[in-house]
Design a protein around this ligand. Structure first.
Ligand code: HEC
Ligand code: HEC
Length: 184
């Protein structure tokens, strides 16, 4: 083959490779809304449809929610669970994971509305876990490949529900993996 043609073939191969690399990077980063619609089709089936939403926390959070839901843990961003999960959590506050977190009916309604209106918009599965930490996306992001199992025994971590132990800006809905800090 003439030198000229060989160069062309080589350039084509490099271009193909580059495209492949960009595509897999785009697929790996499921925190971005994609640019190609065929990829978003794929994304909706990610984690069996148990996917967190976007944005996780609306620009304007509800003041009652901030106040009433941050006494014992961070005020979990609503986009982390589907609407039905939040309805269940809010309907069972009197028996809330071993504590009584019940509210006046009016406050309960205001907070429920806020959570439901800002729930995950990417959750296509018919499931509605009571815990964020029970979702398929959560388990995948926090499995033994990502986090040494010993880490969960550290009293500074204590529970998967303790998001802020490793995500300093969890309350703002920032879970960027580049800002994760595992306590020592
Ligand atoms: C009186 C304390 C208290 C208050 C107030 C409270 N919670 Fe909780 N909540 C808990 C405890 C305890 C857990 C279990 C934590 C653990 O497993 O480490 C929990 C867990 C949760 C979880 C599951 C976390 C996970 O993924 O494992 C959600 C969701 C939740 N709370 C939502 C709320 C909401 C919404 C409010 C406000 C209406 C609220 N909580 C107010 C004590 C409280
Ligand atoms: C023991 C530390 C730890 C705790 C506790 C923890 N996480 Fe994480 N989380 C991580 C690490 C490490 C990663 C990065 C995994 C990876 O590289 O894919 C991560 C990734 C994530 C991601 C994906 C971020 C991205 O850029 O793709 C989200 C969302 C997330 N965590 C949410 C939560 C929530 C919500 C909680 C609490 C209910 C929580 N995490 C508790 C350590 C933790």
């Amino acid at each position: 083959m003439p030198v000229h043609d060989q160069k062309l073939v080589y350039a084509f191969a490099v271009a193909l490779l580059a495209t492949g690399v960009t595509m897999s990077a785009a697929q790996a980063d499921d925190d971005d809304y994609g640019f190609e619609s065929f990829l978003s089709e794929k994304r909706s089936h990610k984690y069996g449809g148990e996917n967190r939403g976007k944005p996780l926390m609306p620009a304007q959070a509800n003041a009652k929610f901030q106040k009433e839901c941050s006494d014992c843990h961070i005020a979990y961003p609503p986009g982390l669970m589907p609407a039905e999960s939040w309805r269940k959590v809010m309907a069972g506050l009197d028996k809330h994971f071993g504590t009584d977190a019940s509210l006046y009916a009016q406050d309960n309604k205001e907070i429920t509305d806020f959570l439901v209106n800002n729930a995950s918009n990417r959750w296509s599965a018919p499931t509605a876990p009571l815990r964020i930490s029970e979702a398929a996306w959560f388990k995948r992001k926090h499995d033994g490949h990502e986090i040494n199992p010993e880490v969960w025994k550290n009293p500074k971590v204590n529970s998967p529900a303790n998001c802020a132990a490793c995500h300093p800006d969890a309350e703002r809905g920032d879970f960027n993996e580049h800002r994760v800090k595992i306590p020592k």
